[in-house]
Design a protein around this ligand. Structure first.
Ligand SMILES: C[S@@+](CC[C@H](N)C(=O)[O-])C[C@H]1O[C@@H](n2cnc3c(N)ncnc32)[C@H](O)[C@@H]1O
Length: 410
């Protein structure tokens, strides 16, 4: 018999609306520590409303939704069979989409939107990277590995599965990553949209390419195809820079604070004989300083991409990305050509689309570009990384296209 627990009225309301998390409150403090499943009860209506997976070790998400179907908790829930069904659906969704033909990096499982809460699974060429955002997955790790390996081999019968890596994310600053073969690191190349990238698993917290951005890169293709020059701010290992070079840009400048990532970017270019390294240059400095320098040099770009981390540091001060736009946005507009496209991103669920848009408009209105710009098209997570409707925490990556109103009249 699964233990019943009363839920906060707000949790009941949000669960019914499709939100899959129970965050810490006075009710979760009374949850038992050792049970895997719990049935959440709406105290006021004396109604059992959800089957939850208990996560006492997690700092703030104390339980996650497993099912809203009462049949699933009337009997003892067979976790392994249900896991198998959900994993199978999740993997089959990917193989049916064209993504598998376009890139060797994609999400096989995207957490809540695949009804596998707190679990991300990436395919990186012939390796799998499992990321736990909920700690209860550690308790069912052997079942997960068994079912995942089985389903993977069914869905990708012609590829070998070289290794599986497991990483616990967001729980502390450590990398916390291990491989089931016992290997300590892995370096290999993979292709995204026909471009080679160097992957390094377990050398840094991240492995060299942001796969949640991959589907967004594809949406940006029509704009980048038209742009002969690109300024890639917060470039990391240069996925956007290489993409733009591949699409025919003749002047690409990548800016990052980290010399290590810029070297990695150069190595990535060298992995692609069809890309011309002399059309690319790097600036190893804070983005605002790079913008000031480029403005003084009177350089203009047809495309600018700005994808800062949610909290960024220039080495001295730390500021939130939203606040950083107060300084960055006018500087970027200074170096954007009249026909240009500026893409600005925010990497946090804590700021809504409307708040981000409002802030961008406010900054523009206070600047010398007042009444000249349009904050337009939105670039959202999609494809293999589509967020669940009603789950705003999953909708963490937000991008806007900003253009001159009189674009094309000049
Ligand atoms: C979210 S990643 C960018 C990912 C990249 N757009 C992509 O899709 O591959 C953020 C990068 O910003 C860099 N960074 C952090 N603070 C910076 C700053 N003030 N100026 C320039 N780069 C910075 C980090 O070194 C890191 O490489």
């Amino acid at each position: 018999m699964i233990t019943r627990v009363n839920l906060h009225p707000a949790s009941c309301k949000y669960l019914k609306l499709g939100h899959p998390w129970i965050t810490e409150d006075t009710y979760t403090k009374r949850f038992p520590k050792n049970d895997f499943f719990l049935v959440g009860v709406d105290e006021k209506n004396r109604q059992e409303i959800a089957l939850l997976i208990n996560d006492p070790e997690h700092k703030n998400v104390k339980a996650r939704l497993w099912s809203l179907n009462s049949e699933d908790w009337k009997k003892d829930c067979d976790f392994k069979s249900e896991l198998q069904i959900r994993l199978k659906n999740s993997l089959q969704r990917r193989v049916k989409s064209n993504t598998v033909n376009e890139r060797e990096n994609f999400y096989l499982v995207n957490g809540e939107s695949d009804f596998l809460p707190g679990l991300l699974v990436l395919k990186l060429k012939n390796q799998i990277l499992i990321q736990y955002y909920a700690l209860f997955w550690k308790k069912v790790e052997s079942e997960l590995l068994e079912v995942l390996t089985y389903e993977y081999k069914l869905v990708f019968p012609d590829t070998t599965l070289e290794d599986i890596w497991i990483q616990e994310r967001n729980f502390n600053q450590a990398k916390s990553i291990r491989s089931i073969s016992g290997k300590s690191i892995s370096e290999f190349k993979l292709k995204e949209y026909g471009i080679n990238y160097q992957i390094k698993i377990n050398e840094h917290y991240d492995f060299g390419i942001y796969t949640d951005m991959s589907a967004i890169r594809k949406l940006m293709r029509p704009y980048l195809e038209k742009s002969k020059s690109l300024l890639n701010l917060y470039s990391y290992t240069g996925a956007f820079s290489l993409f733009s070079l591949k699409l025919g840009a003749t002047n690409v400048v990548s800016v990052d604070l980290s010399a290590k990532y810029l070297h990695w970017l150069d190595d990535n270019i060298a992995l692609n004989p069809d890309l011309q390294a002399d059309l690319h240059s790097t600036l190893c400095m804070p983005s605002d300083k790079a913008l000031e320098k480029l403005f003084l040099e009177k350089v203009k770009f047809e495309a600018i991409i700005c994808d800062p981390p949610s909290a960024s540091s220039d080495g001295n001060t730390t500021s939130s990305a939203l606040k950083a736009y107060e300084k960055l946005l006018p500087l970027m507009l200074n170096v954007l050509s009249q026909n240009g496209s500026l893409f600005v991103f925010l990497n946090t669920h804590t700021i809504s689309w409307n708040k981000f848009e409002e802030k961008l408009n406010q900054i523009i209105e206070m600047s010398e570009f007042k009444n000249q710009m349009i904050v337009g098209k939105r670039f959202k997570l999609n494809d293999d990384c589509l967020p669940l409707k009603g789950f705003h925490e999953g909708d963490y990556l937000k991008g806007f296209l900003i253009e001159f109103k009189n674009k094309g009249n000049s």
